[in-house]
Design a protein around this ligand. Structure first.
Ligand SMILES: NC(=O)c1ccc[n+]([C@@H]2O[C@H](COP(=O)([O-])OP(=O)(O)OC[C@H]3O[C@@H](n4cnc5c(N)ncnc54)[C@H](OP(=O)(O)O)[C@@H]3O)[C@@H](O)[C@H]2O)c1
Length: 256
């Protein structure tokens, strides 16, 4: 570890599981003070304890649903209260229930958009305010190959990621003058807790997914949370200080 995030305060939404947890660990290993959010308190306490004991880094967990403006405002406010500033925000929390366009109810659509679109918008809003007061920062959005047109069975999900992609470009275009950067990561296919649970409910084991990935993913395997974290840490670090409005595909070719 090279201390590439030394002194930075980084928030990772949905940092209690899966991809977000992997990013939280690597950010802590690179010297960041890490704030994670999620609804499940036990998961949050477990991950913050692991960050303190294994990485010797400061960590804080903010419990709550971020599917409302108030939930997002609270997350950023508690971070500033605890650590005095916000240098990085990773809009990672997301849900991916299946549904074709014809099968999508208003309730399903609203639940997906609350977490995948509204939360990144309002977390970014309050993070930008905090970043403006300290001279800048970096926002990273965890997108998806589905953000371009959406798989047949992921209609609302795909559209929510399309909104996230526009949000990333909007922030990049209009806040570079404040030294605030915004970049999108096209996530490929990761065996996160959420992905495994979803497929187990549909009758497939982790082994089935890994077997499928050998042919479905051009690189021949699923990606890992660490694969994502390498890219995200770069985008949060000063090494990327002239990188904004970009799209980084960490997808083993699934994005092609
Ligand atoms: N896994 C993949 O193959 C894949 C592919 C493409 C894109 N992605 C994207 O990568 C991101 C992370 O996915 P993942 O696979 O790591 O998911 P995951 O394992 O299900 O983890 C999701 C995280 O988000 C949190 N979360 C969910 N709803 C929330 C809410 N309303 N308020 C606050 N926190 C909430 C969860 O914590 P609680 O449950 O405790 O709230 C958890 O920490 C998502 O944006 C997803 O769309 C994943």
């Amino acid at each position: 570890m090279a201390n590439r995030l030394a002194g930075k305060v980084v928030i990772i939404t949905g940092g209690t599981k899966g991809i977000g947890k992997g990013i939280a660990y690597m950010a802590a290993g690179e010297g960041a003070k890490v704030v994670i959010s999620g609804r499940n308190a036990a998961d949050g306490e477990r991950v913050t304890e692991e960050i303190r004991s294994s990485y010797g880094a400061e960590a804080h967990f903010v419990q709550g649903d971020i599917g409302s403006e108030e939930g997002c405002r609270r997350l950023i406010a508690q971070t500033v209260e605890r650590f005095g500033r916000v240098d990085g925000l990773v809009n990672n929390a997301g849900i991916f229930p299946r549904g074709t366009m014809l099968a999508t109810t208003e309730e399903l659509y609203d639940s997906i958009f609350a977490v995948n679109a509204k939360a990144p918008f309002f977390c970014s809003k309050y993070a930008i305010e905090a970043m403006q007061s300290t001279g800048g920062g970096s926002i990273v959005h965890m997108g998806s190959t589905h953000g371009y047109k959406g798989g047949f069975n992921l209609a609302a999900y795909g559209c929510s990621k399309g909104m996230l992609r526009t949000l990333s470009r909007h922030i990049a275009a209009h806040y570079a003058k404040d030294q605030i950067r915004s970049n999108w990561v096209t996530v490929g296919w990761v065996a996160s807790e959420g992905e495994i649970e979803l497929h187990e409910n549909m009758g497939s084991s982790l082994g089935d997914l890994q077997e499928r990935a050998k042919t479905a993913v051009p690189s021949g395997r699923m990606q890992t949370a660490e694969d994502m974290a390498y890219g995200v840490v770069y985008l949060l670090s000063d090494e990327s200080n002239q990188v904004t409005g970009s799209e980084l595909a960490i997808a083993g070719g699934l994005n092609m």
